[in-house]
Ligand binder design. Structure first.
Ligand code: LLP
Length: 384
């Protein structure tokens, strides 16, 4: 879909850079807002997926809250104008200064992952004469069937509190005066395209709530985390994920107690499809067994293929010539700096512009300066 990109404009900009389709972002936000409103669900966007200030502003304007996993992310959320009352703070290793920042700003909730952390939050809140609102992050032991680097809801993961430990954590909670339990938090993994695990999650949380009710514990909110996947294979056909079906599953299978709020933390599904990495071909290298298209972007700009074997659709948007087969690689001095092997692309020459699609989530934000490279710039469709 070459006419989707303003090729003449993109050609004039110094590569590599991220290019965001703000129209698609806004449409995606409209969809997530209207579909979640049907059931009065609360959405906190997972900032880890993309913290570009302009992207954050658009998300904040749509009315979503923010899910943060570091003090830096809390700061980014505040800078973008998110209200502290809509900020949740998760993460398995919160530093004292980060907890203090959350306490000073009176954020909505800390998602707590261990007794050790609970004790520190209690201590720091006590020092400030405050009561921290907390949710317990529970491992629901639901298999998300996704890449092993991004499954999280199982016992052997470092995240969360295991089901068999909940009672002892609740016992501990009763002894702490400066924390208040307001929620339960779950997150089973990322890039889920088969939605069945979410149904299994609902069933598990229903059982858990029944057990907790026996201890007279009914929390104010249940947070189901993020994880809805996007279509990396066919970004043009499916630019907006199926939020309708996603929320319908929770509505159908989760049985909340009266007045219980339901929260979500989507990241990838909101920003994934609106972002593209734009790169120039430096060289076409004819090897003895293959041809390489060597780009000026590498895993420093987009690490997902190197780190997770992730697929991103690649297009040469400046060539109409018949297809040939290439390995598409970057300039970084490591063999893993390969975006794709043996793919068919329009015949490629030095100076051609390549687009790596569906790179809005975990793209720009995971960029690094390895090899002393510059961090990539970002351009936006509505400002070009
Ligand atoms: N909530 C929690 C507790 C999480 O750990 C995550 C993602 C999210 C929400 C947002 O999940 P999403 O809706 O984006 O699936 N860098 C990897 C993905 C790591 C996801 C980490 N946690 C990638 O590039 O695929």
């Amino acid at each position: 879909m070459k006419d989707y990109f303003p090729v003449d404009k993109l050609k004039t900009l110094e590569t590599p850079f991220y290019y965001y389709d703000m129209d698609l972002l806004r449409k995606t936000l409209e969809t997530v807002v209207s579909e979640s409103k049907k059931y009065d669900y609360h959405i906190h966007y997972a900032i880890k997926a993309n913290a570009n200030p302009r992207i954050l502003s658009a998300i904040r304007e749509s009315g979503l809250g923010a899910d943060c996993v570091s003090g830096g992310e809390i700061q980014a959320a505040l800078n973008a104008g998110f209200s502290p009352t809509k900020i949740v703070f998760a993460g398995v290793g919160k530093a004292d200064w980060e907890i203090n920042l959350g306490l000073d700003k009176d954020i909505f909730c800390f998602n707590v992952e261990s007794v050790a952390e609970l004790e520190i939050i209690n201590e720091l809140a006590q020092q400030k004469g405050k009561k921290a609102r907390i949710a317990l992050r529970i491992n629901p032991e639901v298999n998300a069937n996704t890449h092993h680097h991004i499954t999280t809801g199982m016992k052997e993961n470092k995240f969360g509190i295991n089901l068999d430990q909940i009672d002892s954590v609740l016992d501990k909670l009763e002894t702490l005066n400066s924390v208040q339990l307001i929620g339960l938090h779950f997150h089973i993994g990322s890039q889920l395209t088969d939605l069945h695990p979410f149904q299994a999650l609902c069933t598990r949380v229903n059982e858990l709530q029944q057990n907790l009710a026996k201890r007279k514990i009914i929390v104010e909110h249940i947070n189901f985390g993020g994880g809805l996947g996007i279509d990396y294979q066919y970004p043009n056909q499916n630019p907006i994920p199926d939020f309708k079906e996603y929320f319908r599953i929770f509505h159908k299978h989760f049985k909340p107690f009266p007045n219980q709020q339901i929260h979500f933390e989507p990241g990838r599904s909101i920003v994934g499809q609106c972002g593209n990495l734009i790169s120039k071909v430096l060289y076409v290298k004819i090897g003895s067994v293959k041809k390489f298209a060597i780009l000026d972007a590498g895993f420093t700009e987009l690490i997902r293929p190197a780190l997770y074997d992730a697929y991103h659709q690649i297009e040469n948007i400046t060539s109409e010539e018949p297809k040939e087969t290439y390995d598409v690689v970057g300039p970084i001095c490591e063999s893993s700096d390969t975006f794709a092997k043996q793919i068919d692309l329009n015949k490629t020459r030095r100076g051609d512009i390549f687009v790596l699609r569906s790179a809005g989530a975990y793209g720009e934000i995971m960029a690094s300066q390895y090899n002393c490279r510059k961090l990539p710039k970002a351009y936006f469709s509505d400002l070009l």
